[in-house]
Design a protein around this ligand. Sequence first.
Ligand code: ATP
Ligand code: MG
Length: 211
Amino acid sequence: MRLTASGINHGFGSHTVLDNVDLEVSQGDSLAIVGPSGSGKTTLLSILGGLVTPRRGTVRVDGAAPARGLLRDHVAWILQTANVLPDRTVVDNVALGALSERITRAQAEDRARQTVATVGLSELHTMPVRLLSGGEVQRVAIARALVGNRPFVMADEPTGQLDARTSARVMDALFKGVRERALVVVTHDIELAAMCQRVLELRDGTVHEVT
Ligand SMILES: Nc1ncnc2c1ncn2[C@@H]1O[C@H](COP(=O)(O)OP(=O)(O)OP(=O)(O)O)[C@@H](O)[C@H]1O
Ligand SMILES: [Mg+2]
């Protein structure tokens, strides 16, 4: 599947944040979006994933405008505020990512256990998430995004608050899990950006290809 954003213009009141942005990402691609704070990275990611409708421009899936809400169904999110349920276990939290699919709860939990293993948290799978470290919670959020089969994975600063060693682990889990999907990652982390096939810098409302 291919996601194509064309002529995206967006802003708030008289403040134009994105001015005629074009970009494309296909399954198997990884794309980093970098740029100064306030340059519009989160805004762009929200538009690409169908959470926000731009003032002008289109986001198409395989060349066609998706029906209302459908774009969102293709996207798995990894947000900086991981949005986990603190009193539920690791497996319960990860299984939530598979609930939209037509599978039983037992199947969802089964898949969740496998995905938890891929991010290196097997030993913690019955632990309530409130007892986990920041890096572990971040890996729970990644597992939850990867447990389903959504083709586009959008991550906003997935290593934002982690030390170098933990962020290396988180990145590893992310890249292993993404494989044949498309990854769009907003990041200030140069190492994470360098792991992506393409890097786009957002500056003065437009994108510039860095690599
Ligand atoms: N809902 C909103 N209402 C008004 N202004 C907004 C809104 N959302 C974002 N903005 C403004 O748009 C600009 C871009 O915000 P955005 O969150 O996309 O930046 P960012 O590049 O993700 O920054 P950071 O690196 O700090 O996360 C900022 O000036 C922000 O204040
Ligand atoms: Mg942001």
